[in-house]
Design a binder for this molecule. Structure first.
Ligand SMILES: [Cu+2]
Length: 169
């Protein structure tokens, strides 16, 4: 952010980044020119704010389950067989969606963010920074087998970040 602001305070960069405004600069009216520059600075601030909200606001993630500080919300969700559940990480921290291997229907395929085929693999991978659902990203899983699925977030399991999906016919 600091870097962007520094750029904004230097005129040549403004010309580069706001070229369409430059066309209307009143070349020989210094007062208007200053007003114009003030306007450009304002415009730059707005565009930075817009940029931020694109990253952290308007990209408000659509999700069936929102991942918060140490929660899945709702932490219990009922869906129908064949439904795809979307988890949205609306937090500033990384989370995971990791199924408890012994707590899913027998016929169901194991699932975890990162695509691991076992709970242990998912736990081990987290230590290497893999299987993460980064802030402002989503994870999806389609449930094909009816039953109850329990899952957790690897780094926040100890804080109680667990959830349940009930899949009905
Ligand atoms: Cu977490």
């Amino acid at each position: 952010m600091k870097e962007m602001k520094d750029k904004g305070s230097r005129y040549p960069n403004l010309v580069g980044t706001n070229a369409r405004y430059f066309v209307i600069v009143p070349q020989n009216q210094s007062m208007k020119r200053r007003a114009f520059l003030a306007g450009v600075t304002g415009a730059t601030s707005i565009s930075i704010a817009g940029c931020s909200s694109a990253l952290f606001g308007s990209e408000r993630l659509n999700g069936d389950i929102v991942m918060g500080s140490e929660t899945f919300n709702p932490n219990e969700l009922e869906v129908k067989k064949g439904d795809t559940v979307t988890w949205a990480n609306d937090d500033i921290r990384r989370h995971s969606v990791t199924a408890y291997e012994t707590n899913i229907p027998e016929a169901a395929e194991y699932f975890a963010s990162g695509g691991f085929n076992s709970e242990q693999a998912a736990r081990d991978a987290w230590q290497k920074g893999r299987g993460t659902i980064d802030p402002k990203t989503t994870f999806k899983h389609t449930f094909e087998v009816p039953g109850t699925y329990s899952y957790f977030c690897v780094p926040h399991e100890v804080g109680g970040m667990t959830g349940t999906i009930v899949v009905t016919e």
